[in-house]
Design a protein around this ligand. Structure first.
Ligand SMILES: Cc1cc2nc3c(=O)[nH]c(=O)nc-3n(C[C@H](O)[C@H](O)[C@H](O)COP(=O)(O)OP(=O)(O)OC[C@H]3O[C@@H](n4cnc5c(N)ncnc54)[C@H](O)[C@@H]3O)c2cc1C
Ligand SMILES: CC(C)=CCC/C(C)=C/CC/C(C)=C/CSC[C@H](N)C(=O)O
Length: 484
């Protein structure tokens, strides 16, 4: 590789203290070493869309909650930060059509397999094989990143993982992709729709790539962080020795200053408003780690040519998480089972016409108390309902017999996915100004933000030191075969 003749950057700014921004701090420290000053601006709470709420003395996740067993960055963060996965509590799933339960998981694995085979033939098994094949390709990114390779756009990153197949997937709907693979419409309506509704609050018309991620999000072996997922963010911030600036960034502008060699060098001025009023600081590199979309952030970019918009096109979809501590009305689910025998912990729903709610699930606290086990619906507990609109009093009275508390969090949760895709937003907004959340337009998940953070840290490093051989290399999969 080229000799590093350029001086190291002195200051880096990251806008946003969610998993994306804090992972970026961690990886940027790893790439640029101990001398660079890293500042993370956070307007709200560290964790962003990873958040908890205290109900009756216990904390419960209200945002991002489950992590896939193959999410290697998230696993690695836990190891590095000395955190542990939360103890597992068994769960039981059902599907609700607005009137009754159309499926209720049995405690016996073999019974579930026979029921699925009976109703949907080989669709269910083939779906697992299809998702696994996509995950197999997805996993290639970890090897590329371990070897220091980076990608200058979301399309190039996707192409490096899964070739043209992945680009086709993001540009068609999950429904189109699965029908083309020979899955039946009935299976899509009865089984796949409930999964995309719980995991992205949308129908099977989301893009095929995020659809496969949604299905992976219904795999077995999902886990969460003991004490709350947001602990990863505060841990990464601490570990990276980054400074937290509790302020809202209002503008980023490009400025010029004369360099020692006589030519002009540009740098970025970040304007922000914190507790002590408005201020600004200058940086060599800036990473924007918040969605640049209506309702998510309002950063004004000035002095850039071509101009950078405050908001990119496309919108984020509302998901309302309502946490109710109360007694479930099991007859709302059309079941004749007695509440003391009703152990279902996650109810998924069919399409919009059938049910206003996307899902109903019984929550476990982020720290599992000793002796805790799955309890029946006859006991008061914390239930989480996802819906696109806030629940009315009438909705609550239908679903619950009584309740002690209701907590509502309105999230602009994920992009509203409607392929074929307009161009995905860029990773590179300007020379040394990067945009982490562009990746969410392929799929939004904690691991996707972590992958994007690693990619941008590598990209920022290689572009700073002009190491072009580590950017956008073609055919890495074949070239690295047998290397690990
Ligand atoms: C209800 C819900 C359930 C989910 N479930 C899962 C799940 O089970 N598994 C999974 O993997 N993913 C899940 N996700 C998705 C996951 O939470 C997100 O993909 C991920 O947390 C995004 O992290 P981020 O850091 O990129 O963005 P964010 O978490 O949104 O962080 C951006 C941060 O930037 C801050 N900010 C914005 N503007 C400014 C500004 N101008 N100045 C300073 N700071 C600013 C914000 O306050 C915020 O903290 C879920 C999301 C939601 C909402
Ligand atoms: C990125 C990869 C390979 C896998 C991630 C799989 C995963 C964990 C997907 C879930 C995505 C998501 C947005 C879930 C939202 S809801 C989560 C849960 N079902 C709940 O009810 O809280």
């Amino acid at each position: 590789s080229a000799p590093e003749v350029r001086e190291a950057p002195k200051k880096i700014a990251i806008i946003g203290g969610g998993i994306g921004g804090t992972a970026a701090a961690f990886f940027l420290r790893q790439e640029f070493g101990p001398a660079v000053k890293i500042e993370v601006f956070e307007a709200g709470t560290v964790g962003g869309r990873l958040a908890t709420e205290n109900i009756g003395g216990y904390e419960y996740e209200t945002g991002g909650s489950v992590i896939h067993p193959l999410n290697l960055h998230m696993k690695h963060f836990l190891d590095r930060l000395g955190l542990s996965p939360r103890a597992d509590v068994s769960s039981k799933l059902a599907i609700f059509d607005g009137k009754e339960l159309t499926f209720e998981e049995s405690d016996w694995f073999i019974v579930n397999v026979i029921r699925m085979l009976w109703r949907y033939g080989l669709n269910f098994i083939r779906m697992h094989i299809w998702v696994e094949a996509i995950l197999d390709k997805f996993m290639r990114i970890y090897q590329y990143q371990q070897y220091g390779y980076s990608f200058s756009s979301v399309e190039k990153l996707l192409h490096a993982m899964g070739g043209d197949g992945f680009l086709t997937l993001v540009n068609q709907t999950l429904e189109e992709a699965m029908l083309a693979e020979g899955f039946s419409q009935v299976f899509l309506n009865d089984v796949v729709t409930p999964v995309t509704r719980v995991n992205y609050g949308q129908s099977v018309r989301i893009n095929g790539f995020v659809g496969a991620i949604a299905l992976a999000g219904a795999d077995s072996g999902l886990w969460a962080v003991d004490g709350g997922n947001k602990m990863v963010c505060s841990g990464l911030l601490y570990h990276s020795k980054a400074e937290l600036v509790p302020a809202r960034v209002t503008a980023i502008s490009m400025k010029m200053r004369p360099s020692k060699t006589g030519s002009a060098a540009n740098f970025y001025e970040v304007n922000y408003v914190g507790e002590s009023g408005a201020a600004h600081s200058t940086y060599d590199i800036v990473v924007v780690a918040t969605p640049l979309h209506q309702g998510m952030s309002d950063i004004n970019f000035s002095g850039f040519s071509p101009p950078i918009p405050t908001h990119f096109s496309g919108r984020y979809h509302q998901t309302v998480a309502t946490l109710v501590h109360g007694l479930l009305n099991v007859s709302y689910l059309g079941t004749t089972e007695k509440p003391e025998n009703f152990f279902v912990s996650a109810v998924l729903t069919l399409d919009k016409k059938a049910s206003e709610i996307h899902s109903l699930s019984s929550l476990n606290p982020v720290k599992i108390p000793k002796g805790y086990s799955r309890s029946p619906a006859s006991q008061r507990k914390v239930w989480k309902i996802f819906s696109s609109q806030p629940l009315s009093q009438k909705n609550l009275q239908q679903i619950f017999l009584s309740w002690d508390s209701v907590f509502e969090k309105r999230w602009l949760a994920y992009p509203s996915y409607s392929p074929p895709h307009r161009r995905t937003p860029p990773f590179i907004l300007h020379d040394r100004l990067y945009y982490l959340n562009a990746v969410e337009w392929a799929a939004s998940a904690m691991e996707m933000s972590a992958i994007s953070a690693r990619n941008l840290a590598l990209l920022a490093h290689h572009r700073w030191y002009e190491q072009t051989a580590k950017i956008d290399q073609e055919d890495l999969h074949t070239r690295l075969r047998g290397e690990l």
